[in-house]
Design a protein. Structure first.
Length: 328
C-alpha cells in the first residue's frame, strides 16, 4: 500500500541547509539620497508647496553671520564712551581720552606686507602680530605705552609669547590675558577691557600730576597675539562693542577697515554675538521698569472677555525678520 502524497505546503528553512544570509544593508551614496526619509510625503508636499532647497539631514547649526564689505564712501564716527562699572570721575576721563575716533577707509589701499605690522584701530589702540611687539623702533615712534598680549595658557606656561622684554627695554608697561581655549574668551573680554581702561586712566592722571596738561592720546596700547588676525582681533572688537556700544557687524567692519587681514571664523562671530547680547542685557537692566508682583486678570483678557490665546505676536517676533522661507 503506497503512502498518499503530501500536500505542497510552505516549510520554513531547513536547519541542515545552514544559516540564511541577511540582505545587505542599503548604504547611503553621496549624491543619491536613498534613505527612507527622502521618500516621505509631508502635508506641505501634499498641499502643493514646493521646497525652496533640498532637505538637510544633519544636526541643526546656527545661521552664518555675514559681514558685508562697507561702502567706500561710508563713514562712521564712534559715539562717546558708554561702558558701565566706572565712577563719574573715571567716566569723565575716559570720555575725553577715548573720543574723536572715526572710520578711516584703508581696505582698498591695503598691502600684503602690512600684515606683519601693527595698525592703529583707535587713536589710543593698535592691533598687530607678535613680531610688531618686538619692533622697538616702531613702538617708540608710535608712542606705545603698553603691550597687551592675548595668548593661550600653554603658550604662557612655555613663555613663548610675551611683551615683557620689549616693555623693559622701552620703559613701558606690559600685561597679558591668558585663556585655555576660545571658549573662555567671553569671560576674558571684560578683563582685557579693564586693563586697557585702567592704563589710560593712570596715564591721564600721571600727565595731570606732572605737567598739568594731557596730550592726545595720553597713552597707546598695542594688543597682539601670534598673527594679530584672530584672537587679539576678537578682543579689539569686543572692546569697541563694550566702550562705544557698537553692535557686532559695524564693530567688525570698523576693525577690518583698519587691518584688512583680520579673520573671524563662525565660532568667533557666534561668541562675539553672544557677548553683544550680554552687553545689551547689562545696559537694559538699570533702565528696566520694576516688574509687577502679580499679573491681573485684565492683562490676559481681550475685549470680549475671553482669555487671549493668540500667539501671532510671538511668531512675528521670531520669524518676522527672516528672509529665507522653507516653502513657497
Amino acid at each position: 500500500m503506497s503512502a498518499a502524497p503530501m500536500a505542497n505546503t510552505f516549510r520554513g528553512p531547513n536547519p541542515r541547509d545552514g544559516p540564511t544570509e541577511a540582505p545587505a544593508p542599503q548604504r547611503y551614496i553621496s549624491g543619491l539620497d536613498n534613505r527612507p526619509e527622502a521618500n516621505m510625503s509631508t502635508l506641505s508636499h501634499l498641499s502643493g508647496a514646493q521646497a525652496s532647497t533640498a532637505y538637510s539631514w544633519r544636526a541643526p547649526s546656527p545661521p552664518h553671520i555675514y559681514i558685508p564689505q562697507p561702502k567706500e564712501e561710508e563713514t562712521l564716527a564712534l559715539p562717546a564712551f558708554t561702558a558701565m562699572g566706572y565712577t563719574e570721575e573715571e567716566k569723565a576721563i575716559l570720555v575725553e581720552v577715548t573720543g574723536n575716533n572715526s572710520w578711516i577707509g584703508r581696505a582698498r589701499d591695503w598691502k600684503y606686507a602690512w600684515r606683519r605690522e601693527s595698525q592703529s584701530i583707535l587713536t589710543f589702540l593698535q592691533l598687530g602680530p607678535s613680531c610688531a611687539s618686538r619692533d622697538l623702533t616702531a613702538l617708540r615712534n608710535d608712542g606705545v605705552t603698553m603691550l597687551l598680549v592675548i595668548r593661550s595658557t600653554m603658550t604662557a606656561a612655555a613663555s613663548l609669547l610675551s611683551g615683557d622684554k620689549a616693555a623693559r627695554a622701552l620703559g613701558i608697561e606690559s600685561a597679558a590675558v591668558d585663556v585655555a581655549s576660545n571658549n573662555e574668551l567671553i569671560a576674558a573680554f571684560p578683563r582685557a577691557t579693564r586693563i586697557i581702561n585702567d592704563h589710560l586712566l593712570s596715564q591721564y592722571r600721571r600727565h595731570m600730576a606732572t605737567t598739568g596738561s594731557v596730550p592726545q592720546p595720553c597713552g597707546k596700547v598695542l594688543v597682539f597675539c601670534e598673527s594679530g588676525n584672530e584672537r587679539s582681533a576678537a578682543f579689539v572688537v569686543a572692546f569697541i562693542m563694550n566702550i562705544y556700544g557698537l553692535e557686532l557687524i559695524p564693530a567688525i567692519q570698523y576693525v577690518q577697515s583698519q587691518r584688512f587681514c583680520v579673520a573671524f571664523d563662525d565660532d568667533l562671530k557666534y561668541m562675539l554675538n553672544s557677548y553683544q547680547d550680554i552687553l545689551k542685557a547689562q545696559r537694559d537692566v538699570p533702565s528696566a521698569p520694576q516688574a509687577k508682583s502679580k499679573r491681573r486678570r485684565d492683562d490676559i483678557m481681550d475685549e470680549d472677555g475671553d482669555v487671549d490665546m493668540d500667539g501671532k505676536g510671538d511668531d512675528e517676533a521670531r520669524f518676522g525678520g527672516r528672509t529665507f522661507v522653507p516653502f513657497q
